[in-house]
Design a protein around this ligand. Structure first.
Ligand SMILES: [Zn+2]
Length: 216
């Protein structure tokens, strides 16, 4: 997550032209911007810019939001389809054993369903909250977003953030961001929320690695 730190320095309020990197030649803002420019286009690169250097983004915030919405709806549909498939299997089951297996599968698929889509659905608010949580303002205070710390001269995974590099955000804070109470957050929002954070993290990681390769 050192990428976050480097890119954050390109923002007008933070701009510095002498980004130190511990004994290696100094990086200029132009070096950093050029390295970001070489990262393959796609969701990962866009997320990286949106979170750490908005001016470097190629897509407008609205277009990025649309990509994330499509990802959410794709997952919503996958879960929905899984339930329908399980229900059809239950319908055609012939033996008691098949019926038992099918009924267990239906219950499992039901438990995996996300809140319904349509007016008043929480998906847009979850996207906004997830991006806010992942942004540079929410880096882990102990490792400053790196995911690791130096202990007695050795690199160790950061225990505070469990190497995610992100500050821990409580369920209460997440519930507030989405505008629901904690009980609603826990029962229906949390699975959608954590899925989107994991999805963004997984999309971001290859872009972040590519950026670090370009810069080194
Ligand atoms: Zn940490």
């Amino acid at each position: 997550m050192r990428a976050a730190e480097l890119m954050a320095r390109l923002n007008p309020t933070n701009i510095r032209y002498d980004v130190g990197r511990g004994g290696l030649p100094e990086l200029t803002a132009q070096d950093i911007a050029a390295a970001i420019g070489m990262v393959s286009p796609g969701l990962g690169r866009e997320l990286m810019c949106r979170l750490w250097w908005p001016e470097g983004a190629q897509l407008a915030a609205k277009e990025l939001d649309r990509l994330l919405m499509e990802a959410q709806l794709g997952e919503w549909r996958r879960r929905s389809d899984a339930l329908i498939t399980a229900q059809l299997r239950a319908e055609v089951a012939e033996s008691d054993r098949q019926r038992r297996v099918a009924s267990t599968a239906v219950d499992a698929a039901k438990a995996e369903q996300w809140p319904r889509v349509g007016p008043g659905s929480p998906y847009a608010k979850i996207r906004i909250a997830v991006l806010a949580e992942m942004s540079a303002a929410c880096l882990c205070p102990d490792c400053r977003g790196r995911g690791f710390v130096m202990i007695e001269g050795k690199i160790r995974g950061c225990a505070t953030c469990e190497t995610s590099g992100r500050a821990k955000v409580s369920d209460r804070a997440r519930a507030e961001m989405v505008g629901v109470n904690r009980e609603t957050y826990r029962t229906s929002i949390a699975p959608v929320y954590t899925w989107l954070i994991d999805f963004c993290q997984a999309s971001l990681e290859p872009a972040r690695r590519e950026f670090m390769r370009r810069i080194e």
